[in-house]
Design a protein around this ligand. Structure first.
Ligand code: HEC
Ligand code: HEC
Ligand code: HEC
Ligand code: HEC
Ligand code: HEC
Length: 236
């Protein structure tokens, strides 16, 4: 019997059975019937596979993880310093921001190893004694074309560090730095969420996030951001 004959027979059978209730044994069903099961299963498996690929595997391939050169404990140090955050992150006389601390902010206490901690020993031996600055990785680093000023936000805008940075300043360790392998930018710019969804003000720092707050606060009122002048608020 050729396959065509078989097919005809099956469809004839299916026609015969139409008025009656379908057979209970799934093995007996015609080609059109019962195929929904495997198709749904394939659909679900495919969906799960692509979700895992998109949400778990893709972000892992897209971002490289780097540990900070030295671990740093903010909680421990915030209690020891006199001037809170400004002991290490301060404004210079000309209004520019010191940003990541230099050895000068550490040397008073770490001229030599004073505790049992391995991290401290590494810090003193590899950096302080060799007079080498620690190459800190900056999570919030923007592309070179972007102009950002801390004084405008922290002093003039009276904003808290947490608004843009989250809880780094209250943390016990520095999390790994993640760099986007394609753009080279820090993952904190695009945000943890691969779909770009934002729950807190510090989750992302893309152009839209800066602009959204500027529009809300009427920054540079009058210079419409679609005009060239508007772009030069943040671009050099
Ligand atoms: C004793 C010095 C010291 C003190 C005090 C200190 N920090 Fe830091 N901070 C550091 C070091 C070191 C780093 C690592 C450099 C980096 O990540 O850029 C850092 C990094 C940060 C960063 C990450 C910046 C980035 O995007 O990479 C933030 C935000 C920050 N500190 C906020 C704070 C806040 C808020 C306080 C006060 C509650 C504070 N720090 C007090 C030394 C200090
Ligand atoms: C006011 C004094 C003071 C300043 C300023 C200071 N530290 Fe410390 N630091 C300490 C003390 C005290 C400890 C605890 C040492 C111990 O007993 O292990 C410590 C511990 C550390 C450790 C080991 C922490 C751990 O969890 O194992 C590192 C690393 C470190 N400091 C780095 C720095 C860096 C980098 C700076 C400058 C940005 C800095 N410190 C500025 C006093 C200071
Ligand atoms: C309006 C958002 C905003 C606020 C508020 C803010 N920052 Fe930042 N911070 C940024 C951005 C954006 C960068 C990256 C700047 C760049 O790449 O030029 C940055 C960079 C930094 C760096 C690394 C700078 C470097 O070049 O080494 C430190 C440290 C830091 N901020 C600490 C703080 C602290 C401490 C406060 C609170 C006193 C604070 N920031 C408030 C947005 C903010
Ligand atoms: C949470 C709100 C907020 C976010 C986020 C924010 N800004 Fe601002 N920005 C302000 C406010 C408010 C001012 C005006 C401060 C003042 O002068 O009183 C300002 C001022 C500025 C200025 C100075 C403008 C001028 O003409 O004096 C620059 C430049 C700037 N922001 C760049 C940025 C960039 C780049 C980002 C994103 C990386 C950003 N801002 C994110 C609120 C924000
Ligand atoms: C409120 C601040 C702000 C304003 C105003 C602004 N930008 Fe941006 N722009 C940013 C920030 C921050 C980034 C980097 C983060 C990102 O890629 O979104 C950026 C990135 C870009 C990039 C991508 C550059 C790169 O290297 O990835 C382009 C192109 C750009 N902006 C064009 C414009 C133009 C054109 C305007 C005027 C219509 C404008 N921007 C206005 C903050 C701003």
């Amino acid at each position: 019997m050729s396959t065509e004959d078989k097919a005809n027979e099956v469809s004839a059978e299916a026609q015969d059975q139409e008025p009656i209730t379908p057979p209970a044994d799934p093995g007996q069903t015609g080609p059109g019937q019962g195929a929904g099961g495997p198709i749904t299963l394939f659909f679900i498996l495919g969906l799960v596979a692509s979700l895992v690929l998109g949400w778990v595997i893709f972000p892992q391939l897209l971002y490289s993880h780097k540990e900070q050169p030295i671990q740093f404990n903010h909680v421990l140090h915030n209690e020891l310093v006199d001037d809170s955050c400004e002991s290490c992150h301060f404004f210079r006389e000309d209004g520019t921001y010191s940003g990541a601390p230099k050895l000068a902010q550490c040397i008073d206490c770490h001229e030599e190893v004073q505790g049992e901690s391995e991290e401290e020993a590494k810090f003193v031996n590899q950096y302080v004694l060799k007079d080498r600055e620690v190459p800190w990785l900056v999570y919030s680093r923007q592309p070179a074309c972007v102009f950002f000023s801390h004084v405008a936000h922290v002093k003039m805008g009276d904003m808290e560090c947490v608004t843009c940075h989250g809880d780094v300043g209250e943390s016990e360790s520095l999390k790994p730095y993640e760099a986007n392998r394609i753009s080279g930018y820090s993952r904190n710019i695009w945000g943890k969420n691969i779909a770009g969804i934002k729950f807190n003000s510090w989750d992302r720092m893309k152009m839209d996030d800066c602009s959204e707050c500027h529009v809300r606060n009427n920054v540079n009122q009058g210079s419409v951001q679609t005009l060239r002048g508007g772009c030069f608020v943040c671009h050099k």
